[in-house]
Design a protein around this ligand. Structure first.
Ligand code: SAM
Ligand code: DTB
Ligand code: SF4
Length: 325
């Protein structure tokens, strides 16, 4: 196929006019058909056997004023997580060096804030500069940002900002009451305007319907530009949170969600995010087959467990997957 035809085809595939009903049909079609479509698209945009590794560090644990029903770091719920002060620059440097040595290409720093206060924000700018200088990609997630903050983060060398939609606008009020959906979209628009790559996705398994999942993917894919990174989290049920006893998800629903995200946002890195500790190797392999090409690599997410490094290396070996260098 000529380059010109390839470009025309890709232009048709990168769409921003998705409708919930259409996406619901895509997501619920026979699994083999869905996987075939997702694999075909994945192979046009990426090497199908390469997965990107991001390591997470919780730079400010717990004590968050927000009421996100899934989150063990909310001060409103009685969980094992206690509020702690922000980590020091030395602690960040050590963790990032370790992540780099283990093979991660991106270092993601998360803080349990509604939005950063000026004093803390300055510390985060220093963290970003430090990690960037080590030759790693930088990512931060710390809640809502104003325009001044996004521009200062860009100047400090921030590559990605993670701010999830979490779920559909229709389901949102059952999950969070302390800030609204529009706030999330506004922060994403400011991140984009500042020239920082957007990392945005959501969580499934919170009791939402399939059409909520389709609606959330439509909101992401219908943004003016697709997010460069789309984390798909499977709810980690934490004792003490309102969602601790929600019903288990059909494992194939995670596979379907990833495949649908892959088809809708062909050039994005789709990350198989939280929830891997509860998945067996075969389930994860199906997620990679569906087009997931990024993971969180490290033994802890923010407050909950993630698979051991050795376990992930062994899985990659068995599947013939290479880590993105
Ligand atoms: N406080 C900031 C915020 O909420 O934007 C940044 C950190 S927050 C913990 C980042 C994301 O982690 C949330 O938006 C949510 O998607 C995900 N998350 C939190 N708790 C989770 C859980 N129990 N299971 C799956 N994902 C979770
Ligand atoms: C994202 O989408 N998932 C990560 C990261 N972005 C910050 C967080 C997952 C948190 C899982 C629950 C916990 O460990 O506290
Ligand atoms: Fe706070 Fe973020 Fe947890 Fe919500 S998800 S309670 S904002 S740390």
């Amino acid at each position: 196929m000529s380059n010109c035809v390839q470009v025309l085809e890709k232009n048709k595939e990168i769409r921003h006019d998705w409708q919930t009903q259409e996406v619901l049909s895509l997501m619920t079609q026979p699994l083999n058909d869905l996987l075939f479509q997702a694999q075909s698209i994945h192979r046009k945009y990426f090497d199908a056997n390469t997965v990107q590794l991001s390591t997470l560090l919780n730079i400010k644990r717990g004590g968050c004023p927000e009421d996100c029903a899934y989150c063990p770091q909310s001060a409103r719920y009685k969980t094992v997580v206690k509020g702690e002060p922000i980590l020091s620059l030395d602690e960040i440097r050590n963790a990032a060096e370790n992540a780099k040595r283990e093979g991660a290409t991106r270092f993601c720093m998360g803080a349990a804030w509604r939005s950063p206060k000026e004093r803390d924000f300055k510390l985060v700018l220093d963290m970003v500069k430090e990690v960037k200088a080590m030759g790693m990609e930088t990512c931060v997630t710390m809640g809502m940002l104003n325009e001044d903050q996004t521009f200062r983060l860009k100047q400090a060398g921030l590559d990605f900002y993670n701010h999830n939609l979490d779920c559909s606008e229709s389901f949102y009020e059952t999950i969070i009451s302390t800030r609204d959906y529009r706030d999330r979209l506004e922060t994403l628009a400011r991140v984009r305007k500042a020239g920082i790559n957007v990392c945005s996705g959501g969580i499934i398994g919170m009791g939402e319907g399939k059409s909520d999942r389709a609606e959330m993917l439509c909101t992401l894919a219908n943004l003016e530009k697709h997010p460069e990174s789309v984390p798909i989290n499977l709810l980690v049920k934490v004792k003490g949170t309102p969602l601790a006893d929600v019903e288990d998800l059909d494992p194939f629903d995670m596979v379907r969600m990833i495949a649908t995200a892959r088809i809708m946002m062909p050039a994005a890195y789709v990350r198989l995010s939280a929830g891997r500790s509860g998945m067996n190797d075969e389930h994860q392999a199906l997620c990679f087959m569906a087009g997931a090409n990024s993971i969180f690599y490290g033994e802890e997410l923010l407050t909950t467990d993630n698979p051991a490094l050795e376990k992930d290396r062994l899985l990659f070996d068995r599947l013939g997957i290479n880590a993105l260098q």
